[in-house]
Write a protein that binds this ligand. Structure first.
Ligand code: C5P
Length: 405
């Protein structure tokens, strides 16, 4: 399938070491049918030559705002009008700051100023630069202005440090660009997703929680949005940035999560319970910090929390209801039991005893169980897995509507 047929992509390259990956990006965008033109900042040319990009894109590379020759072929305003989408990859911290400030002192910033099409940036930089308040605030501003942020990944960096700041993998950038255009298998649907852990207060400073990072739930929210759905993500506390094109409702406790879900569930088409909801909460929350006791031990009484997934599954006009089963033993058997007990349409079984595919990892391996049978999705990134799960849900919805006429 070529997902970008007839789409005109203007690729802006700025000056970071990840600029060498832009050559591959041009090719992969073309594989999907896109017509790609390239513009490079001066700093980008220190990392990769315009000739490489010209040979790959089959078009002259646009370099200079005041270059009479390229301006006469296609000027900056025409380029901005030509593009269906502008992708800046890699986007340096400096470029992001200049985009926020509305600079127009080079070709790329000027094109961005003049553009009326969607703009996406794929930041890549040293992990400390990524973590700076200035960078993060600039990203928030860009997000608020409707610019898509293709989040960088974690890992070893060219500078020898380890952390967040690696350019998003090229295939994921191509997926994300395609997602900007998709009419999508979930167009017109409302999807409600829970994600992350919950926190159950013991007293004003302590709580019971778990290791859920929220990564899988956030990835599903992004995949559902890419598939054209209106998405409400009800999230417990996580360190993750809000996904693009998703309505994020932040909560702390299981009860607050249930309330937030019930507020939006009416008329929803799909509910996906990914949150690691605490099964129990303290019977009482002390209003003052609990003091250390003389005899060395205290007893905390716990009472059961409401089961959000079960509550949604028993609604009269219930949405297509999907649960997750994080298990440490007899994974499939236990997931099947939950599938029946909670009366679900789909359950995704996940072995969390294995660190590589557990709560905090970037990868996941799962088995999807529906009434029709089982399908194992072997080790893949949480982002890719999310897209597969969304496809499977969309297929099931089509099958169900055909069966029920
Ligand atoms: O029964 P268990 O907690 O293992 O089931 C996991 C599934 O149920 C997950 O989809 C989780 O989001 C959901 N769940 C819930 N509310 C709870 C407990 C679990 O929605 N209180």
């Amino acid at each position: 399938m070529t997902r970008l047929t007839n789409k005109r992509v203007l690729l802006g390259i700025t000056g970071g070491i990840a600029a060498y990956k832009s050559a591959e990006l041009v090719r992969r965008l073309q594989d999907e049918g896109a017509d790609v033109r390239v513009t490079m900042t001066q700093a980008a040319q220190a990392f990769i030559t315009p000739l490489t990009l010209q040979a790959l894109s089959n078009h002259p590379v646009h370099l200079d705002l005041l270059d009479a020759e390229t301006e006469s072929v296609m000027g900056h305003i025409e380029l901005a009008r030509w593009a269906d989408v502008i992708i800046v990859a890699p986007a340096t911290a400096d470029f992001l700051a200049r985009l926020v400030a509305g600079h127009g002192d080079d070709l790329l910033t000027t094109i961005c100023l003049a553009a009326e099409c969607p703009i996406a940036v794929a930041p890549a930089m040293n992990q400390a630069m990524w973590g700076k308040v200035s960078t993060q605030q600039n990203l928030t501003t860009l997000r608020d202005r409707g610019i898509s942020i293709f989040e960088p990944g974690d890992g070893l960096q060219a500078c020898g440090e380890t952390g967040t700041g690696r350019l998003m993998d090229v295939p994921l950038i191509v997926d994300a660009v395609s997602g900007l255009f998709k009419t999508g298998s979930l167009a017109g649907r409302h999807v409600v997703i829970t994600a992350g852990p919950t926190r159950e207060a013991i007293d004003p400073v302590r709580y019971i929680s778990n290791h859920s990072s929220g990564k899988q739930g956030y990835a599903l929210a992004t995949a559902a949005a890419e598939a054209g759905a209106r998405v409400t993500l009800v999230s417990g506390p996580t360190a993750l940035p809000p996904p693009d094109r998703v309505t994020l409702v932040r909560v702390e406790s299981a009860r607050a999560m249930l309330d937030a879900v019930m507020n939006v569930i009416d008329g929803a088409d799909i509910f996906i319970g990914v949150a690691a909801v605490a099964d129990y909460r303290p019977a009482t929350t002390e209003s003052q910090k609990i003091k250390k006791q003389g005899d060395g031990s205290i007893t905390l009484q716990l009472i059961q929390n409401p089961d959000i997934l079960r509550t949604v599954a028993t609604l009269k006009d219930r949405p297509f209801t999907v649960g997750f089963a994080a298990e440490t033993e007899q994974v499939i058997d236990n997931a099947r039991k939950k599938f029946e007990a909670k009366k679900l349409d789909m359950i995704i079984a996940n072995d969390v005893s294995n660190q590589e595919i557990g709560f905090n990892s970037d990868d996941n391996e799962t088995t999807v169980i529906t009434r029709a049978g089982e399908e194992t999705l072997t080790l893949m990134s949480k982002a890719t897995l999310a897209r597969r799960i969304i496809e499977l849900i969309a297929d099931q919805l089509v099958t169900e509507s055909q069966t029920h006429g």
